[in-house]
Every structure is written in C-alpha cells, then in structure tokens.
Design a protein around this ligand. Structure first.
Ligand code: ADE
Length: 232
C-alpha cells in the first residue's frame, strides 16, 4: 500500500515515519509513505499557497492551483501501479474515523493520496474536481490535518498483513466489538495488588472465559453504546 501525503508541514511526518512499528513496516516494504510539500507547486511569485476566502471571513484557504498540481503529480506517480487511487482530505466535517473504516481502507486494493489542510481549509472545488473523500478523527478542530493524517495512516497500517502479529490484532479493543480486557505482567504483587489467580492457573479455557467477561464488564463501564451494537 502506498500513501502520498500532501502538506505544507513535511517536518511533522519525520518522527512518524522514523519510529517503531511504522518505521519497521516501511522497511519491510509493506507500506510506503511519500510526503510532498504543496508549496513546491505554487506558481505565485511570492511562493504563496493560500489566500483569504471569497465573501470575507477569517483565516486563509489553500488555493486550488498549487493543490491540484500536487494532486496531479501524485496521481502521475501512482498511476502505473495496478491499484485504484483514492483521495482523502482530513477535515473536521468528514466521516468520523472508527475501527471499521480503518479496516475497510486497509483491505481495499488501493493507494491513497491524503491532503492535509491548514488554516481554514482548502478550496471546495478540489473536493468536487477529484471526488475527494473527507475523513475526520473526531468532533473537535485541530490546527491542521497533519496529526489527523498520521492517526488515519497508523490505524490502517497496523492492520496490514505482516505489520503486527495477528494474535495482537485479534485480542485488542474494537476488533470484536468490545473493549479489551485488563492486562497484567510482572511482578505478581505490586504494592499488595495481586494478579487475578485465574491468569496464573494455566487453564486456557477458563482464562478465555474470564477475559470475555472482563471485556463485557469494561465495555459496559466505559462504552455502553458499543454493547448495544454487540447485542444486535
Ligand atoms: N483537521 C482539523 N480538525 C480535524 C479533525 N477533527 N479531523 C480531521 N482533520 C482535521
């Protein structure tokens, strides 16, 4: 899977692509992430990429000209691949990301161009022109789409085959519609708080049943809305 990220702040992606599981997944060629500076595509003599909104109002809007040039360049780079290209814009008005959307995007035979806005956003005509899908990472507003884009890519990449073990994926929150059960490790006694006996019993069937019950208890406590879905 290939991602091309379009941004005005390339440096924000340095730690993301150079750390931990994402770094390893890139090294293993499971995914590639190219980060492209939208400013490189401006023809403005002062190197500007954003202008005030027509009709007035605060903030600046990224102009469709450098952005479309950056998108065309990215499409050109991806078009020789035998895969569809999907263009995503990180935006607080988009479809709100959840596990199912990440899973859906991870299994699609697709490469992705992800646009990160800054300031007040991008010109609406880009969304129409390129049939752009908008994704939000939650009902709050960030100063730009860069962090949101990293959240989106992280949630997709970790689901790609070979990124992390299938066992870790099977057991984590949201995979089966429930939140994950509590986990314990050494030492057995931490300030008088002991690890539940069942977990050191070696009785795998009973441990699995205990964990299921704990998952249900935790989900009831923190996210009862998920249980309604689970029961359906
Ligand atoms: N850009 C600004 N706020 C955002 C959000 N909540 N989700 C995605 N992109 C954004």
């Amino acid at each position: 899977m290939k991602f091309i990220v379009l941004t005005l702040f390339k440096e924000m992606f340095e730690p993301f692509v150079n750390t931990s599981i994402i770094k390893r997944t890139i090294q293993k060629d499971i995914v590639s992430i190219d980060v492209v500076d939208i400013r490189e595509f401006t023809k403005d003599k002062h190197n500007r990429v954003d202008f005030p909104p027509y009709g007035g109002g605060s903030g600046m809007i990224i102009s469709p000209e450098p952005l479309s040039a950056a998108i065309d360049y990215s499409i050109d780079k991806l078009k020789h691949e035998d895969k569809d290209i999907e263009i995503i814009y990180m935006s607080p008005r988009g479809r709100v990301l959840n596990y199912n959307i990440s899973k859906e995007l991870s299994v699609k035979d697709c490469n992705y161009i992800v646009i990160c806005g800054h300031y007040e956003g991008i010109d609406e005509r880009i969304i129409e022109e390129y049939n752009v899908k908008e994704i939000s990472i939650g009902d709050y507003v960030l100063t730009g789409g860069e962090l949101a884009c990293q959240v989106l890519m992280d949630s997709i990449i970790r689901l790609l085959p070979g990124a992390i073990t299938q066992e870790s994926l099977d057991e984590e929150s949201h995979t089966n519609g429930l939140l994950e059960y509590p986990q314990y490790t050494k030492p057995y006694d931490f300030r008088g708080r002991l690890v539940p006996e069942i977990l050191i019993s070696g009785h795998h069937k009973k441990i699995a049943e205990y964990r299921k019950q704990e998952s249900i208890r935790i989900t009831k406590k923190f996210r009862p809305d998920l249980l309604d879905e689970f029961d359906k």
